[in-house]
Design a protein around this ligand. Structure first.
Ligand code: CTP
Length: 423
């Protein structure tokens, strides 16, 4: 009989800590064992007693426990685990992890471990969007930590946005997938009401069988950018962001870790996708840089080619005469920049909007931008902002045409093509 998988669960101090109890129940139900480490602030939200009762294991809270040093060294705590899960991972805990600080039991274990670590952040939307947190997340990804992005929704603090801890079932599905064990999300029902588990006795799925992009980071830009002229006026375009968002959803469905850098659009964040909202081309460029490294980058955004030379601090007033001509500066080409980047993604895909000689123009763009594929939209009809898309996929090998298809279908086909290319 194979040994059950063992999880070390580190619980940080946020209101979402209460969800750790349900996660422990699901881990146990999946036939795994779990041992909890509670930070000092985590103990303000859940008690060691509750966690010990649910996990059927002693709960560890302090670095300075003599008993632990004789019976189970702190290093051993993390070494015996098949996976270390930090849930909820607060902004403070993530910052300490990114900085290599080890000033309590949780952070000491995280610095000492050689086991895969998955962090599930949860915090207020402004903390999540703060440049420091963005930097820390980027650093942690670079260090090989798996980040399960938070969800968008109402928060305990009364605000709305990204930062909510995903439901324990979703976290459990991710844990099972990382460990290559099947997990059937069966919320709330006791095992007796579920009947036999159809997967019992079956060999565990290889993670890549049902989540072929598992372990891959896919970076996507989507939507327009908005270039301010003064506090009330801007330069923009008609891009709706629908195609980029559909690709992000399809890549997440295929198991990828997805970062979606979105210009101003009215679209909900697809499940399991980490979204970074930006407004201008320069902000988009910085967000793309912060999200690196990525295995695949798909630049779908309709980036404004120019921005106003000088943004007026105050609203420009009519003066009864012709206004001064608007002076424009060219924006950086984010796609071409990535192609020359020392951390260039393995597969770099650009989009192009064309109204005529589609394949010919796309091939010229492929060479000019230095990317691997160009997905050329035929925008002669109502594609921009519409539900369907007709595309040419232009690569070094040749040219494929996908006649008018709904945007989610274009997304799925593109993700399938990516899977074939990188597997
Ligand atoms: N792109 C970018 N940064 C820019 C401009 C474009 O990353 N500053 C990316 C887009 O996201 C897209 C591709 O480059 O992947 C489109 O290139 P672009 O030259 O803008 O093509 P078109 O929009 O088709 O414009 P044009 O025909 O005027 O060249």
């Amino acid at each position: 009989m194979t040994k059950p998988k063992h999880i070390l669960l580190i619980i940080g101090g946020g209101i979402a800590a209460y969800k750790a109890s349900e996660l422990i129940r699901l881990i146990k139900k999946a036939g795994m064992t779990v041992r909890c480490v509670l930070t000092e602030s985590g103990a303000q939200f859940v008690t060691p007693m509750t966690l010990a009762a649910l996990s059927e294991n002693e709960v560890h809270t302090t670095l300075w426990s003599l008993k632990d040093e004789t019976e189970m060294g702190h290093i051993q705590l993390s070494r015996e685990a098949d996976l270390v899960v930090v849930c909820p991972a607060t902004a403070n805990l993530l910052a300490k992890m990114a900085g290599g600080i080890a000033d309590d039991l949780a952070t000491t274990l995280l610095l000492a471990t050689d086991t895969q670590v998955m962090a599930v952040p949860a915090m207020n939307v402004r903390m999540w969007d703060h440049a420091a947190t963005r930097r820390n997340i980027s650093q942690l990804k670079n260090d090989g930590i798996i980040i399960m992005p938070p969800e968008e929704g109402d928060m305990a603090c009364g605000e709305f946005g990204s930062g909510r801890l995903p439901e324990p079932e979703a976290v459990m599905t991710e844990i099972a997938s990382l460990l290559g064990s099947p997990f059937l999300p069966v919320s709330g029902l006791p095992q007796s009401e579920l009947g036999p588990n159809p997967l019992e006795g079956q060999p565990a799925f290889a993670p890549d069988q049902h989540r072929p992009l598992h372990g891959k980071h896919v970076l996507i830009t989507a939507g327009p950018t908005r270039e301010p002229i003064d506090p009330v006026r801007y330069i923009a375009n008609r891009s709706s962001g629908r195609q980029g968002f559909a690709i992000a959803a399809a890549a997440a469905e295929a198991g990828a870790q997805v970062t979606l850098v979105a210009g101003p659009v009215h679209l909900a964040t697809p499940a399991g996708v980490m979204r970074v909202d930006v407004e201008t081309a320069l902000e988009m460029e910085a967000a793309v840089e912060a999200a690196l490294p990525a295995n695949v980058a798909i630049m779908v955004a309709a980036v404004a080619d120019w921005r106003a030379d000088n943004r007026a601090e105050q609203k420009i007033k009519k003066k009864g005469e012709a206004p001064a001509p608007l002076k424009l500066t060219e924006n950086p080409d984010i796609l071409a920049g990535l192609a020359k980047h020392d951390r260039r993604p393995d597969l770099l895909i650009g989009f192009a909007a064309e109204t005529e000689k589609i394949a010919e123009h796309a091939r010229t763009k492929l060479a000019k931008k230095g990317c691997d594929w160009i997905v050329a939209n035929d925008v002669s009809g109502d594609v921009m902002g519409g539900a369907d898309n007709s595309v040419h996929i232009v690569t070094a090998e040749g040219n494929e045409i996908w006649e008018r298809l709904p945007k989610p279908e274009v997304a799925r086909r593109l993700v399938q093509k990516i899977i074939e290319e990188i597997s």
